[in-house]
Design a binder for this molecule. Structure first.
Ligand code: ZN
Length: 197
């Protein structure tokens, strides 16, 4: 199978690897759509927030399809559409353990969530980054009622909202300016052979 592998700092390569074997309690997943996050770039540059080692297969924003299940796995079957958790105990999927930027990769059922049929593979790959934003905004900011819980929560709330606005301006504004000057906007999507009808 083909896989994107970081061999060392600044060294990304597409390699041919054997399809990984699974244990009885594991699932083999066929990648369908995989996003690229700024953290993937940091990993390639040799820095990340937890310890890791090369070679490493990146990819933590993904959607996939169950290809095979171990003998003791229940509740999942080949063909199921899934997305997955990123923080796995002390490890981070796609950073300190192999990620999804390969035709096949190994996961445990407890990391996986079903992707509803009405969501495309590309939308599935956006579940992880969306969840991070949702958690920051809804759980940390609004659900914790920051305005009644002291300066720390007020600080967090203001930080998240301002940082979100900064990113919105930094990333959306150049696209709007380019569009107003005649550029054609385009969105990043799945490869044609991975698109669902
Ligand atoms: Zn990310």
């Amino acid at each position: 199978m083909r896989a994107l592998r970081y061999a060392g700092p600044g060294r990304a390569e597409v390699v041919d690897l054997p399809v990984p074997a699974i244990a009885d309690d594991e699932v083999l997943v066929a990648a369908r759509s995989v996003g690229v996050c700024h953290s993937d770039i940091e990993l390639l540059e040799g820095r990340y927030i937890i310890p890791f080692s090369y070679p490493q297969i990146p990819g933590h924003e993904w959607s996939g399809q169950v290809a095979r299940v171990g003998r003791s796995v229940t509740g999942l079957a080949p063909g199921d559409r899934v997305v997955g958790e990123c923080v796995i105990g002390a490890d981070h999927f796609g950073f300190s353990i192999s990620g999804a930027a390969a035709e096949f990769f190994v996961a445990k059922p407890s990391w996986l969530h079903r992707l509803p049929d009405e969501l495309s593979w590309t939308m599935g790959a956006l579940v992880e980054p969306f969840s991070v934003a949702y958690y920051a905004l809804v759980v940390l900011v609004f659900a914790s009622f920051p305005w009644q819980q002291g300066p720390r929560h007020r600080y967090q709330a203001v930080f998240v909202l301002v940082w979100g606005l900064v990113h919105l301006v930094r990333e959306v504004l150049p696209a709007v300016v380019a569009w107003s000057r005649g550029a054609t906007p385009s969105a990043v999507g799945a490869l044609p052979e991975h698109r669902t009808p």
